[in-house]
Ligand binder design. Structure first.
Ligand SMILES: *Cc1c(COP(=O)(O)O)cnc(C)c1O
Length: 229
């Protein structure tokens, strides 16, 4: 397993470098290895191959993996749906990519203040306007960003999207839309909000995402192989 993971990582790093070259000037994207449901041994293999960023979808699984591996050297990202009763497992441990509603901002603010930490977050945007999906609608995004003015223990660092389609030929348009949205809103100068990050792109389309300005790509199966059931 460990040589397969090291080989996969080497190939993905080459593909990221090529996508950055096609994109031109800009920040180097950070590769997040999405390790949900993967065993600790798989994360250790990726760590040994130099991966420093790990993404998890389930709050208790994040807690358990942080306990097993510690904070040194990995940086942790929380990329799953977050319920307010689970935030205690995540605050102070990970960059949270999935803030999408006022109640979650209020709960995170309360917990981060209580724990004495500054919590960095991204706002997840629902660009497909799909009724069942997580993420704030584009029309409601400016008002949600305004809420960070009343959340001094939080810092909003950018936007995240999971496009409503998976074909790389179709997801690119959503990545471009997220970048344009960010560019428009970044001029707003809101307190507590710096939109320097775009979290977009997964195994099937991280190159398209980088070409459209992704700073954080979330890659699971292309690194770790299929997820255990
Ligand atoms: C699981 C997951 C990924 C990784 O998906 P792959 O197709 O395995 O790369 C990325 N982002 C989110 C939000 C996920 O839930």
């Amino acid at each position: 397993m460990s040589t397969a993971i090291a080989d996969n990582l080497a190939r993905i790093r080459d593909r990221i470098a090529a996508a950055v070259a096609r994109r031109g000037p800009g920040p180097l994207p950070t590769l997040i290895g999405v390790s949900k449901r993967q065993p600790i041994a798989a994360l250790e293999a990726a760590l040994a191959a130099g991966l420093a960023d790990f993404g998890e979808n389930y709050a208790q699984e994040l807690r358990d993996k942080v306990a097993a591996l510690g904070h040194d050297p990995p940086r942790w990202h929380f990329i799953g749906a977050l319920q307010t009763n689970k935030i205690k497992y995540v605050v102070g441990k990970a960059l949270i990519h999935t803030v999408d509603r006022p109640a979650l901002i209020d709960a995170l603010q309360a917990r981060a203040a209580r724990d004495g930490v500054t919590q960095e977050v991204l706002v997840e945007v629902n660009l497909g306007d799909e009724a069942q999906k997580a993420g704030v609608r584009e029309a409601e995004l400016p008002a949600l960003l305004d809420r960070f003015a009343d959340a001094p223990a939080l810092r909003c660092r950018g936007l995240m999207v999971i496009p409503p389609v998976d074909e790389p030929s179709e997801t690119r348009a959503y990545f471009a839309r997220l970048r344009e949205l960010r560019d428009r809103l970044a001029a707003g100068g809101r307190p507590g909000v710096a939109l320097d990050h775009l979290s977009m792109g997964m195994s099937a389309d991280f190159e398209e995402a980088i070409e459209e300005g992704a700073t954080l790509v979330r890659v699971g199966t292309a690194i770790f192989g299929p997820r255990p059931a």
